[in-house]
Design a protein around this ligand. Structure first.
Ligand code: DIG
Ligand code: MN
Ligand code: MN
Length: 390
């Protein structure tokens, strides 16, 4: 044990489907026996996790009777209570059942859209029963290959109708659920609608109840789109819409790898943790730190729990490094060093006086252009903090 081992206070969570991933991939069968949800709860508690998340089907096998469902849920609740774990987030599996082969909320067949709504309502009832306050929507099949199959505008409108419908329904049920929309550019469909967090943030502004809807950005998904995950999260935070987050690791140009957090681009992982922890002085993220990731297919059960501990330890180590970096006197000087700070108030807010003052300014563009910004030194200091050399 050391200070980087996780404790429940760290707000780390895992989905049942993450540490319960049996290692199947498109080219091979499972390599590990399936763990039961109750076994997963016990092991996550042992690792120091705070909570566990789930799709409806992860806990209650499709086709279960009402009595079977209730018995499963009762047993799961006992395990949660016995091990002190909570369920911050729930979601619906709208991608495995064959009925979703052409999408769920955006499918052309109204019977599919109705089934998707019905399944989501039941999943929300389950999530609320387990104490979830966040409901994630990942539209894994909301996309296409043969793009002539529907007008993309129709797909967007159907997604809006479904979310507005569910916002009204959950309100009528008295459910205190906030919706978190998760973007992904492709896979398993050729193209997914609403492919990035940026698309989602605009889409939310078109909903009937935008105040109840935020985003659940995932590292791997923005990276697959070739975007800065840190900038996507920053925009969501700035808009007050970072309701949840899916942490993992990914190399660009590859399928959705969902790797152990921090195991690929350490630089970006460091900058992400620095942003979430607010070590540079900005607002902090206070929601669950969810690892939507799974162990390598090479691993046995022991390797799965090494994977889980590694996700959490790396986050805590990076948080410590980020605190040290932002406490470093030289770093603070390099970030603060701006000779023309006195212009900030003038640029902050338009008014006629400021416009007149701005027009009258005698700005020496050539001198300003010649000034070096010392970002090489700043970035080297970041690397040295990351490497533990400072
Ligand atoms: C995939 O990135 C998706 C599903 O695992 C789940 O619906 C969601 C919640 O984290 N992420
Ligand atoms: Mn993913
Ligand atoms: Mn995810």
């Amino acid at each position: 044990m050391d200070s980087f081992d996780a404790t429940a206070a760290d707000r780390f969570t895992f989905g049942l489907w993450t540490v319960g991933n049996p290692g199947r991939d498109p080219f091979g069968e499972p390599v590990r026996a399936r763990l039961s949800p109750v076994e997963i709860v016990a092991k996550l508690a042992e690792c120091g996790a705070h909570g566990v998340n789930l799709h409806d089907d992860d806990l209650v096998p499709p086709g279960s009777s009402a009595a079977q469902r209730d018995a499963i849920v009762a047993g799961f609740k006992r395990a949660l209570a016995d091990h002190g774990l909570v369920v911050p987030m729930a979601t619906t599996n709208l991608f495995s059942h064959p009925i979703f082969k052409d999408g769920a909320f955006t499918a052309n067949d109204p019977a599919v859209r109705a089934f998707a709504l019905q399944k989501t309502m039941r999943a929300m009832e389950l999530g609320v029963e387990l104490g979830a306050r966040i409901f994630v929507f990942w539209g894994g099949r909301e996309g296409c290959e043969a793009d002539a199959c529907r007008d993309p505008r129709t797909a967007i409108a159907r997604m809006r109708d479904a979310l507005d419908w569910l916002c009204e329904w959950t309100h009528d049920q008295g459910f205190e659920l906030r919706f978190a929309l998760e973007a992904k550019p492709n896979e398993p469909r050729g193209d997914l609608y609403l492919p990035t967090t940026g698309h989602m943030l605009h889409f939310i502004s078109t909903l009937a109840h935008p105040e109840r809807v935020g985003v659940n950005p995932e590292v791997a998904h923005e990276t697959m789109a070739g975007l800065s995950f840190v900038h996507a999260v920053a925009q969501a935070m700035e808009a007050g819409k970072l309701f949840h987050i899916d942490l993992n690791a990914q190399r660009i140009g590859r399928f959705d790898q969902d790797l152990r957090f921090g195991s690929e681009d350490l630089r970006q992982a460091f900058l992400l943790v620095r942003l979430l922890e607010g070590t540079a002085g900005g607002p902090k993220y206070h929601g669950p730190l969810h690892f939507d990731a799974h162990a390598y297919r090479t691993e046995d059960d022991g390797g799965v729990w090494e994977f889980a501990r590694g996700c959490m330890r790396t986050y805590k180590i990076l948080a410590a490094r980020a605190r040290a970096f932002d406490a470093d006197r030289e770093v603070k000087e390099l970030i603060a060093e701006q000779p023309s700070r006195e212009l900030d108030p003038l640029l902050g807010r338009y008014n006629k006086q400021n416009a007149a003052r701005l027009r009258a300014l005698d700005l020496d563009a050539a001198a300003t252009a010649r000034r070096g910004l010392r970002y090489e030194r700043l970035d080297q200091l970041m690397i040295e903090h990351l490497l533990g050399a400072r």
